[in-house]
Design a protein around this ligand. Structure first.
Ligand SMILES: Nc1nc2c(c(=O)[nH]1)N[C@H]1C(S)=C(S)[C@@H](COP(=O)(O)OP(=O)(O)OC[C@H]3O[C@@H](n4cnc5c(=O)[nH]c(N)nc54)[C@H](O)[C@@H]3O)O[C@H]1N2
Ligand SMILES: Nc1nc2c(c(=O)[nH]1)N[C@H]1C(S)=C(S)[C@@H](COP(=O)(O)OP(=O)(O)OC[C@H]3O[C@@H](n4cnc5c(=O)[nH]c(N)nc54)[C@H](O)[C@@H]3O)O[C@H]1N2
Ligand code: SF4
Ligand SMILES: [Mo]
Length: 905
């Protein structure tokens, strides 16, 4: 059948096709197990998301499937047990709570990193059989404003476009998205299109100057939270310059006049608008003019839009402009929400959010309720929406929820007011956590730990940003007793007496049930199904077909299963009761929290290029850790001066929610008054690097999505007397250290340490960590200059370095990146001299890693530029290999080149 590929297992010459574990681009990979248990990875040239390309994280997947730190066995109260006991315990405990306090007293908190099959089972169990709506997902933190915006405008949660629209557009607006780092392969596709057609206009709207700006014709560094005003300004401009497609608006939409009236109030006066947005009036005019005169426009958006107390309104303000110009459902046109997690979209399909049912049916729709009850053969289907993530954890804190099961997410790191989340979980009578990693901030709060299979062991499906469903295939055996998430939940369901509904033998059975569900009363009316999500073209797949299924974009309707409907709304008909799209009248609002004299700066947060969320997986790769190894706060030079901060020293941030201590990065990429901090560091990886302890729990009233991008904070220097780098083959006890960050390096861990104690006192603390590593025949290198506060110590066994440390009053002034590789290098005289003097010699001196794929350092690149008189990035790539892997470091290469050229002038 058309839905499957010719080769039914997805295999060719030992290569197995699967999908990348990380972002919503959903790149196809091919993997081949190596004899050492690792995986060889390459891009799948046939996959329509990436056509063979991969980014640094995708390329490093093979390094992250190592057994280090895996959760191997079920545990109750920290004690290993067998599956049967653990499952009985979970089922019985949930039943007891439900019996005594009702179904609203239990909850699931799940994740866009579950496969569709897992997600479907979770939702069916909680909403359909336990009978509570209390299942929410980290997609609440990620996509819920978009879901709300889509539903308000289209009557359905539909991303109308597809990736090729980026290549066909004549203008791409990128707002609130750092695609270069967060959706790198899609960014590369866009960049290639720009190179082919330089007239393709690219506008980036982001308070920060990110690497995404590298391909922009125009960057609007808007004041945080002002997107509604900007797009209202655009809508006003479109109206006054007669660029509204009146016949489209008349035939296919409703509510234009009211939306325009609101828009005019915010945005009809360019001078006022420019002041609100804090951008140049001329730049605004340029943006508006380009948008007005270009027919094919795609607007890409992501967390700078969604994660806001006006997130849903921001989404609708963007959609309003596309509706007004009829630029939707057409090649090269449309609003395009970039999904974050690999299966953010799949979760939305099967109703992962507390306020939706499966298969894009709605909880508050009686007809849908009836259909789903009958299909699942249940009388218990909840009629009430459950609590959204933030409210759900409030209910855990105040004791309304007494049992929670967390799967595939790390809320103690990723939810706002994270210290409260930790307190809530510590006080909750039953916390069950399913994860593949043993030690996370969240597993530390668990009563029951259930080992889940990891990415390379699981089998099922994920859906990417362009609604394309791809197979994730089992590549490696599971270490320990890890099980698929759908299996774990089904076993608990059986023990709760719901066996008839959860009797799945195979993930393909779950998929098939879900596919059939999308066809429930979803027949064609005038050539269009009643709901957007229809997969019935896949309904008669056998297990064999499922095993070999090639990527499929939905809708995939039974009747014309050969046709790929790449774009929705091409016919101008929507899923609202009237069939017309709705303009939503929106007004600009300030973020909920206000700056004050106590907390005068706004804290923005987001991602870095080579790490994934809470680092439980990318943190296992030494290569990925090298790019930005330490949590940091970016601060504008003017603020650095006002607040007494020095680049490379440590800052203390605080507000009413929490505090953090992280490195200072003085940078003009952030505007005055604003700070930026990455989201990735956890309590496992650093002493005080979790951004979410500082993030306020304000949410969008419509979507429930938290405002992660704007929290008022105070900042100041954190004074220390000494610093150290310590290399150790294993994890060390850090409980007596003030400031530390752990980084995975080849052969062990590198600790970056700072202390309020003197160098001598710090060295006295560190020495036992290293002495413990000495083999009887080991040799010690010991250098001490107490007057300068410098101590260097190493333990060597033959040609192997066992461990070492360097202590000084201030290490940041030196280039110490070379220390990262020492556990890996044979210890020759040069290495010994480098350790004793603290200064890299010979090939150790290659500088900070710029290209993670090819491991090329900054010094090497600068030297090549100098010595070879290089003038272009391609020449740098040719000479050093940098930029020839995934290409994500190309903007940085350009920056180094620009700096070197400016210096040589
Ligand atoms: N490397 C990497 N890639 C990832 C992930 C990862 O962890 N690491 N995670 C994935 C996931 S789950 C997600 S959700 C996506 C997120 O992908 P993105 O949304 O691209 O990533 P963020 O860095 O969170 O935020 C995007 C930008 O929004 C900007 N911003 C802040 N406030 C505003 C504002 O008021 N208006 C506008 N217009 N912009 C603003 C920020 O400065 C930031 O540059 O990335 C996915 N891809
Ligand atoms: N300040 C701030 N906070 C944010 C954001 C922000 O921009 N700023 N962004 C938010 C967004 S958009 C997101 S998506 C979240 C992400 O935040 P989280 O979801 O908390 O982050 P992850 O590290 O991806 O957590 C996934 C967990 O699941 C485990 N895991 C991986 N695969 C599996 C599996 O197959 N089964 C099971 N059971 N476990 C598995 C991993 O080991 C890990 O512990 O963070 C949110 N928090
Ligand atoms: S862009 Fe990178 S992280 Fe995202 S799916 Fe593709 S390879 Fe994976
Ligand atoms: Mo996300």
């Amino acid at each position: 059948m058309s839905a499957t590929s010719d080769n039914t297992s997805g295999k060719s010459s030992g290569w197995i096709k699967s999908t990348c574990a990380y972002c919503g681009v959903g790149c196809g990979i091919e993997a081949r197990p190596k004899t050492n248990g690792q995986l060889e990875i390459r891009g799948d040239h046939e996959h329509p998301a990436n056509f063979g390309r991969l980014c640094s994280k995708g390329l490093a997947l093979g390094e992250t499937v190592i057994p280090d730190g895996r959760l191997l066995h079920p545990k109750i109260g920290g004690v290993r047990t067998d599956w049967n006991t653990a499952l009985d315990h979970v089922a019985k405990s949930f039943e007891d709570v439900i019996k005594e306090h009702g179904p609203e007293a239990v909850a699931f908190y799940v994740s866009g990193q579950l496969l569709t099959e897992d997600y479907y089972v979770a939702n069916k169990l909680m909403k359909g059989f336990i009978g509570s709506g209390n299942i929410d997902t980290n997609s609440r933190l990620c996509m819920s404003s978009t879901v709300a915006g889509h539903k308000r405008a289209f009557g359905s949660d539909t991303v109308p476009g597809c990736y090729s629209d980026l290549e066909q557009a004549d203008m791409v607006v990128i707002t609130g998205s750092n695609m270069a780092w967060c959706h790198p392969v899609l960014f590369q596709r866009l960049k290639a299109a720009k190179q082919q057609r330089p007239e393709l206009k690219i506008v980036v709207i982001d308070p920060r100057a990110t690497d995404t700006c590298a391909i922009a014709d125009l960057h609007l560094p808007v004041k945080p939270g002002t997107d509604v005003a900007l797009f209202n300004g655009l809508l006003s401009h479109l109206a006054t310059s007669q660029k509204v497609d009146e016949s489209y608006v008349r035939q296919h939409t409703e509510g234009f006049n009211q939306a325009l009236m609101c828009a005019m109030e915010d945005g009809s006066d360019p001078a006022t608008l420019a002041r609100t947005l804090e951008v140049e009036q001329q730049d605004l005019k340029t943006f508006f003019d380009w948008y007005a005169r270009t027919d094919k426009v795609v607007t890409l958006f992501s967390q700078g839009v969604n994660q806001s107390t006006s997130g849903a309104d921001k989404v609708n303000s963007i959609i309003n402009c596309h509706l007004a110009t009829g630029r939707i459902g057409k090649p090269g046109s449309g609003p395009f929400s970039l999904t974050g997690q690999p299966n953010a979209m799949g979760g939305r399909e099967v109703g992962g959010l507390a306020n939706t049912l499966a298969a894009h049916m709605e909880l508050d729709n009686e007809h849908h309720h009836g259909l789903v009850s009958e299909f699942w053969k249940t009388d218990s289907l909840t009629t009430k929406s459950g609590l959204k993530a933030i409210d759900l954890f409030d209910a855990i804190e105040d004791g309304r929820i007494k049992a929670v099961w967390i799967m595939a997410t790390n809320p103690v790191v990723s939810l706002p007011d994270a210290d409260k989340i930790q307190r809530a979980l510590r006080n909750c009578p039953l916390v069950v956590v399913s994860d593949c990693i043993a030690d996370t901030d969240t597993t530390r709060c668990a009563d029951v730990l259930l080992p889940a299979q990891g990415w390379s062991e699981k089998s099922g499906t994920v859906t990417n940003s362009e609604r394309r469903i791809s197979r994730q295939r089992r590549l490696l055996p599971t270490p320990g007793e890890g099980k698929p998430d759908w299996w774990i939940m089904s076993e608990v369901a059986k023990r709760m007496g719901f066996g008839h509904a959860f009797d799945y033998l195979h993930e393909g059975d779950v998929f098939n049930e879900y596919v059939r569900m999308t066809g429930l009363d979803n027949s064609m009316v005038a050539g269009k199904t009643q709901r957007d999500l229809d997969l019935t073209g896949l309904a008669d797949m056998s297990h064999r077909d499922y095993a070999g299924m090639a990527p499929q974009q939905w809708p995939l309707v039974q009747m014309d299963r050969k046709i790929e409907h790449k774009r929705l709304f091409a016919d101008g008909r929507f899923f609202t009761p009237s069939g017309k799209a709705q303009f939503v009248a929106v007004r600009h609002r300030q973020p909920a929290s206000r700056l004050s004299s106590d907390y005068p700066l706004s804290l923005n947060s987001g991602r870095i290029r080579d790490q994934w969320h809470t680092m439980t997986r990318t943190g296992l790769s030494a290569r990925l850790g090298a790019h930005l190894p330490e949590p940091y706060v970016s601060v504008h030079p003017a603020d650095a001066e006002v607040f007494g901060l020095t680049h490379g020293k440590v800052a203390a941030l605080s507000n009413e929610w929490g505090y953090a201590r992280i490195r200072v990065d003085v940078s003009e990429r952030v505007n005055p008054g604003q700070l930026f901090m990455p989201i990735h560091w956890t309590g496992v990886m650093a002493s005080a690097g979790r951004v979410c302890t500082l993030v306020s729990p304000d949410t969008d009233a419509i979507s429930g999505q938290p405002e992660f991008k704007f929290t008022p904070v105070a900042i100041g220097p954190w004074e220390y007397q000494s610093e150290a780098l310590l290399l150790s083959p294993g994890v060390i006890d850090t409980s007596d250290l003030d400031y530390w960050v752990r980084q995975k390096v080849a052969g062990g861990y590198l600790y970056r340490i700072a202390s309020s104690e003197t160098p001598k006192q710090l060295e006295a603390r560190l020495k036992p960590h290293c002495l413990g590593l000495t083999a009887s025949q080991g040799k010690q290198l010991d250098f001490a200059s107490p007057s300068k506060g410098q101590f260097r110590f190493a333990v060597i066994d033959g040609i192997e370095l066992k461990g070492c440390y360097l202590v000084a009053p201030n290490l940041q002034e030196q280039d110490l990146d070379w220390v990262q590789n020492l556990l890996h290098e044979p210890v020759n005289e040069m290495v010994q001299r480098s350790i004793l003097t603290g200064i890299a010699e010979g090939k150790l001196a290659r500088g900070k890693t710029v290209c993670a794929c090819k491991q090329v350092g900054r010094n090497t690149i600068e030297q090549a530029i100098r010595e070879g008189d290089l003038e272009s990035v391609s020449q740098i790539s040719e000479c050093t290999g940098a930029g020839t892997g995934c290409g994500s470091c190309v903007p940085e290469l350009q920056e180094i080149l620009d700096e070197s050229l400016a210096y040589s002038l």
